[in-house]
Design a protein around this ligand. Structure first.
Ligand code: ZN
Length: 255
């Protein structure tokens, strides 16, 4: 993977957002994977349509929610899942279909009862109130931790990270290439080694015990750092001083 040349690549990562939950500058970290005509969204932050619009402007793309029919939710922090309610409502009311959802078992256990149901379990049709179920909105596939999963053109493996709540790092193969994505995690050298088998590694960095200090990543071997891009950085992160290239909104990374 060198410079970005999406048109030549059969496996692309479109960077929708690079920020953290507190950012005033960046959209929350989220990605779109594309390969062989298939698209898989990784996480779904709040104001998702606006996130797609911002990334489109930055990257000279034309993305909208009609392009997103499959979403993988890595964990249930709001900056990763806050837009799912709106996206699922859009699919139902505007596109008259269900959203294909992929998630680890713990996310499936809690996403409806503890996150979405309060806002989505009842709909008013002008005359009466109707009780709605998770399945009315979502066609969900649980991604077990210890298996490989095929989602369209993508083959996925998950690994649990060191984070406040159950969170999945991803190893994704498509078109003969591989992407490693840390998602939210404390620095975990074993996770880095797991990700480092990939052609492109996207790693988070941020403050706090449950995130990865930049200095830990900056100390990794140069060969790995060259294949790495940073996301989930704070507004205070010095992009120009970083020895690892930060991903930017609208980037189309060639895996
Ligand atoms: Zn998180």
């Amino acid at each position: 993977m060198n410079d970005i040349n999406a048109a030549d690549s059969p496996f692309q990562v479109i960077v929708l957002g690079v920020g953290d939950a507190f950012s005033a500058r960046y959209s929350p970290t989220s990605l779109l994977l594309r390969a062989e005509g298939d698209t898989l969204a990784i996480d779904c932050p709040d104001m998702y349509r606006a996130v797609l619009r911002r990334a489109s402007r930055a990257g000279d793309l034309s993305l909208d929610v009609a392009d997103v029919d499959r979403v993988l939710i890595t964990h249930l922090h709001g900056d990763h899942v806050g837009g799912l309610e709106g996206l699922a409502f859009y699919k139902r009311f505007v596109e008259n279909k269900r959203l294909a959802l992929y998630c680890p078992p713990e996310v499936r256990r809690d996403i409806w009862t503890r996150r979405l149901a309060v806002a989505m379990d009842t709909l008013y049709d002008g005359e009466r109130y109707r009780e709605m179920s998770f399945e009315d909105y979502f066609d969900c596939t649980v991604l077990d931790w210890d298996a490989e999963h095929t989602v369209g053109a993508f083959t996925l493996a998950l690994r649990r990270t060191v984070h406040h709540i159950p969170t999945a790092a991803l190893f994704v193969r498509a078109a003969g290439r591989a992407l490693g994505y840390s998602c939210d995690t404390a620095f975990d050298r074993e996770l880095v080694d797991w990700l480092a088998r990939a052609d492109l590694v996207i790693h988070e960095t941020n403050f706090g015990a449950a995130h990865t200090p930049y200095e830990k990543l900056a100390a990794l071997p140069a060969e790995l750092r060259e294949r790495m891009r940073l996301v989930h950085y704070s507004d205070l992160f010095d992009l120009d001083a970083s020895v690892i290239e930060p991903a930017r909104e609208g980037d189309c990374l060639t895996v």
